[in-house]
Design a protein around this ligand. Structure first.
Ligand code: SF4
Length: 361
């Protein structure tokens, strides 16, 4: 297929859905790892055309959702420092910390600015040399290259009042953690399209070799997703697991060399805490020593305590592992909704609870 319309064609979708129905025999649970897939699955009514035997579960692929509450608290603490401007992407400001949120901090007079790219944050710093601008680096391998680029750009341009708090996470180590969870009940993975564009299909090889679980990289249109599900069902029904790429028009085997080089130049691996999952070895990115002058963690004395609990009653941790679905959370719709979110899964546009709220009922 050549044009995007073909990937949205209802007749092609119906044909694939019917093929899935014809070959589907086993009860299976497939996890879409990426939050953009979650939203697309709801928006396009993918569940409604699948046989009851196939359950789609959402995973930890929303970067805002997996940012733990102690990091949210650290962001708010940074906002309280005199002469600091916090620059961030929009979703993050509404995520509740233990006692406040960036949105509440802004309402209390703290300088918090929503930007559409990290370069905008560097420009903000260049325009406000008497302030310190801290960009909150929350994201996966998709956003890390642009944030790495902003640090290089700031260094080259001599913008010394620009800092990044790196709370990045990387996807392949999280797949290991999901499979190692004794409650995991996953028969196959729909792997993320955007992240895979950066890291390439080859990045999943160690994971696939270790677990031999059906895994397919998918695009975001309905035909892309149904195709990936068909490929997974075929693998599962024939007991022949494979790592397949159903998004070849965007994802290569090696990924985006330039993006990978940018990440490697500015960041190195570190252990990272994921909301609901805990510490995952080598799943974070910290700023390399050669760029230490841009590292907000080093520049500002922020205490990040690990002992902070999740919001009372919030089941985001279980949701992010695919163990629960939002309607099973006792707070869903009763107390927690997009106007009054209790956990990040209800805040982010890619959050599972927010997608359920918007499309499901
Ligand atoms: Fe957390 Fe709200 Fe989702 Fe429940 S419905 S898991 S409280 S975000």
């Amino acid at each position: 297929m050549k044009y995007i319309e073909e990937y949205r064609n209802p007749e092609i979708s119906k044909k694939i859905a019917s093929e899935i129905k014809n070959i589907s025999k086993k009860e299976i649970r497939l996890m879409e790892v990426c939050g953009t897939h979650t939203t697309s699955i709801f928006k396009n009514g993918i569940r409604s055309v699948l046989p009851d035997k196939i359950t789609l579960i959402s995973g930890p692929g929303c970067p805002v959702c997996v940012t733990p509450v102690n990091e949210i608290n650290a962001f708010i603490e940074l906002a309280n420092i005199k002469d600091v401007i916090i620059a961030t992407f929009g979703d993050l400001i509404r995520v509740p910390g233990s006692k406040s949120s960036l949105q509440k901090a802004a309402a209390a007079g703290k300088n918090i600015q929503v930007v559409s790219s990290p370069i905008d944050a560097v420009n903000l710093a260049a325009e406000n040399r008497n302030k310190k601008v801290i960009f909150l680096g929350v994201g996966f391998e998709t956003t890390a290259p642009a944030i790495a680029g902003s640090i290089i750009f700031a260094k080259d341009a001599g913008v010394k009042n620009y800092f990044v708090y790196s709370a990045h996470k990387t996807v392949p180590p999280a797949l290991f953690a999901l499979m190692d969870d004794k409650n995991a009940n996953i028969n196959g993975f729909i792997l993320p399209g955007h992240v895979s564009m950066a890291i390439g299909a080859c990045a999943y090889l160690p994971f696939f070799k270790h677990y031999q679980i059906p895994s397919v990289i998918a695009g975001f249109e309905p035909v892309d997703i149904l195709n990936a599900i068909l490929m997974l069902v075929k693998q599962i029904e024939t007991n022949s697991p494979e790592l397949q790429n159903a998004y070849k028009r965007a994802v290569s085997y090696e990924g985006n060399k330039k993006a990978r080089e940018m990440i490697a130049k500015v960041f190195c691996k570190t252990d990272a805490k994921w909301r609901g999952i805990g510490i995952i070895k080598n799943s974070g990115l910290k700023i390399r020593n050669r760029f230490v002058g841009f590292d907000a963690e080093k520049e500002f004395d922020i205490k990040i305590t690990d002992k902070i609990k999740e919001p009372k009653g919030c089941s985001c941790g279980q949701i992010l592992k695919g163990i629960m679905s939002p309607p099973e959370c006792p707070l869903y719709k009763k107390i927690c909704n997009p106007i009054n979110p209790v956990g990040p899964c209800m805040v982010s546009s890619e959050g599972t609870c927010s997608a359920y709220f918007k499309y499901f009922d």
